[in-house]
Ligand binder design. Structure first.
Ligand SMILES: *Cc1c(COP(=O)(O)O)cnc(C)c1O
Length: 370
């Protein structure tokens, strides 16, 4: 079992989890370079190179913080540095719920606005809730990986900015690199992602951008702790370093991947992800209309993530059975998440996959389901 898993990893295009995602061999092998110290000219040169690529990726002029942690670390950083006392948590799936729970665990007052899993938030819903008053921060997930729904972040940001002094904290873990994110243009106060999702790097790094307003909050924050103190991140970053020892080997992989992203072009990369999402929808339609299998896409048209599709199964077919039948065919797909485990499955189509590789997994899924 172990050896076959390792073997299959050498043939790219069979691993479609919505994170961790399949890592291109070129990116994987970049990690074997000899280590360098994390103080001194060599790291500064590397960090300088990474900053250029990361700023392009986030569409920002601000420094991009690199954290040696998983993405959850920067979700915690967002609330610890950004919240004064009371948060509005927008919940439409498992990861957005987790964002609110993190804020609660950090001792903040959390008020939740929840819509059905698979749905997204409209600007009006958020405006109405904010009018009830007293909030100083909002948490939201851009691409809800548990449901495949994509929130309209630029519209939500506009509504949040109608208010006097509320910061918007955005988890774009399956967004950045696969879906359009315009950090500066959309005036996001904090936006974060992790290495192992749309960026198709090995797990272990997280990236975030903080607005000047958020940095002001951080300077005054009393519960931010040590490891995720954004003021110390920014201070070290001004000197092209990190506060603590970074995962340097992953930096090598990141440098390689940023290079590959630059060669492809970020907009072309967004288009490639959209094409994969469109292909999934088309496949679901064909299965339903021509092959008599009553599948549907959980998220409504117009609110679907370009990086992950959550498919609702007909009664009598369970998510785990589809996942294990696919496993037997040599493909890894995602099961339904949390309360959607039995009734759905998910295909992660992000990172370096193309429509061609996606077609192979959809063909196999078609055989499993008929
Ligand atoms: C995967 C994921 C996370 C958590 O990431 P970790 O790297 O496991 O901490 C958070 N939010 C979203 C939307 C995710 O997809």
């Amino acid at each position: 079992m172990e050896s076959s898993t390792i073997e299959s990893a050498t043939s790219f295009g069979r691993f479609f989890l919505p994170g961790p995602t399949e890592v291109h061999p070129e990116v994987l092998s970049a990690q074997t370079r000899a280590l360098i110290g994390h103080r001194g000219p060599a790291i500064k040169e590397l960090m300088g190179e990474l900053q250029t690529g990361l700023r392009d990726l986030f569409r920002t002029e601000s420094p991009v913080l690199i954290s040696t942690s998983s993405a959850t670390g920067l979700m915690e950083a967002a609330v610890r540095n950004g919240v004064r006392s009371r948060v509005l948590s927008l919940v439409n799936g498992a990861f957005s719920r987790r964002f609110g729970e993190i804020a609660e665990a950090c001792g903040f007052v959390v008020d939740t606005l929840e819509v059905e899993w698979g749905q997204t938030f409209s600007a009006d819903q958020v405006r109405e809730k904010l009018a009830s008053g007293g909030f100083d921060a909002v948490t939201v997930v851009h691409s809800e990986t548990s449901t495949g729904a994509l929130n309209p972040i630029s519209q939500i940001s506009e509504v949040v900015r109608e208010q006097d002094d509320i910061v918007l904290l955005v988890d774009s873990v399956t967004g950045v690199g696969g879906a359009e994110v315009q950090t500066d243009e959309w005036a996001l106060d904090f936006v974060l992602t992790g290495s192992q999702k749309a960026l198709a790097l090995p797990p272990g790094l997280a990236f975030g951008v903080a607005s000047e307003r958020l940095m002001g909050r951080s300077a005054a924050a009393t519960r931010k702790g040590v490891y995720f103190d954004l003021v110390s991140f920014r201070k070290q970053l001004d000197n092209l370093q990190t506060p603590t020892t970074p995962a340097v080997s992953l930096f090598y992989a990141l440098a390689k991947q940023l290079d590959r992203i630059r060669l492809e072009g970020l907009e072309a990369r967004w288009d490639r992800h959209q094409a994969m999402a469109d292909r999934c929808v088309q496949w679901v339609d064909t299965m339903r209309d021509e092959r008599g299998v009553a599948l549907s896409v959980l998220a409504p048209e117009g609110s679907r993530s370009p990086t992950v599709t959550c498919v609702v199964l007909p009664a009598g077919t369970t998510g785990p059975s589809v996942v294990s039948a696919m496993k037997e065919k040599g493909f890894t797909i995602g099961g339904g998440y949390g309360k959607l485990k039995e009734t759905t499955f998910r295909v992660g189509h992000m990172g370096d996959h193309t429509v061609t590789e996606l077609d192979a997994v959809l063909d196999a899924l078609g055989e499993v389901l008929t």
